[in-house]
Design a protein around this ligand. Structure first.
Ligand code: PGA
Length: 246
């Protein structure tokens, strides 16, 4: 397993004030628990990024900051959009790209995902590329085909080694549902992803909690977790990390 990585995806949750309370508690407990040898990444909403960065940049224990999206153009007439350079300026080192909620609700395609991955890497951001099959595709036995296609398309504009990148395998049917693949099903998909592109860390997301994380993290090709709902409480997220790295 590569260096484990735990990402908290808050989605459209928490005001700036709520984000600041979270990060203060997170910092306090992180120091007490002495969580080492893993990367911790928080993905708050855009509005809270700068305030969080100002706090975490003073921590002795590094915490990575991720945006949940970006736009692939550098600047220009794109009302409502945010560029990679703007994210770098406010302390982001990572950006989540192609989350299924964006593919489903906001028309994100493999084309826009590839352009965003390219824009992120060009600006020095680490992309966290999300891939995953629907329930129907799983029933039809198409999981591997879909996931391998999304990974290949997502990185199609990038040449060479991808060891600085992260892929998050997030089956759509597992997100926010309480359903998950079994650890061995997960291992199989992660192995196939590792075979189809060279080098990225491959993490899992979809209904991760304190009860299932240990079994997932035991699998050799599972390099970490992307946690949605259960990351909204600092204590729960820290418990997940603690159990996961044991
Ligand atoms: P969940 O979300 O942990 O709430 O299932 C994961 C995600 O969508 O990133």
């Amino acid at each position: 397993m590569a260096r484990p990585c735990f990402v908290a995806n808050w989605k459209m949750n928490k005001t700036v004030e709520e984000s600041i309370s979270y990060i203060r508690l997170f910092q306090e407990q992180c120091t007490t628990l002495s969580i080492q040898n893993c990367d911790l990444i928080l993905a708050p909403p855009y509005t809270a990024l700068f305030s969080i960065w100002k706090i975490i940049s003073g921590f002795s224990r590094p915490i990575g900051l991720a945006a949940q999206n970006l736009y692939y153009e550098a600047d220009g007439p794109y009302t409502g959009e945010i560029s990679a350079r703007m994210l770098c300026e406010i302390g982001c080192q990572y950006v989540i790209i192609g989350h299924s909620e964006r593919r489903i609700h906001f028309g994100e395609t493999d084309f826009s995902v590839a352009a965003k991955v390219h824009a992120a890497i060009s600006a020095g951001l680490t992309p966290i590329l999300c891939v995953g099959e629907s329930a129907k595709e799983r029933e039809d036995g198409k999981t591997i085909e879909v996931v391998q296609r999304q990974v290949k398309e997502g990185f199609c504009k990038i040449e060479g080694d991808l060891s600085h990148c992260i892929v998050a395998y997030e089956p759509i049917w597992a997100i926010g549902t309480g359903k998950t693949p079994t650890p061995s099903e997960l291992e199989q998909v992660h192995q196939k992803i590792a075979q189809s592109v060279r080098g990225p860390r491959v993490i899992y997301g979809g209904s991760v909690n304190e009860g299932n994380v240990a079994a997932f993290m035991k699998e050799p090709h599972v390099d970490g977790m992307l946690v949605g709902g259960a990351s909204l409480s600092a204590e729960t997220f820290l418990n997940i990390i603690q159990v996961g790295i044991q």
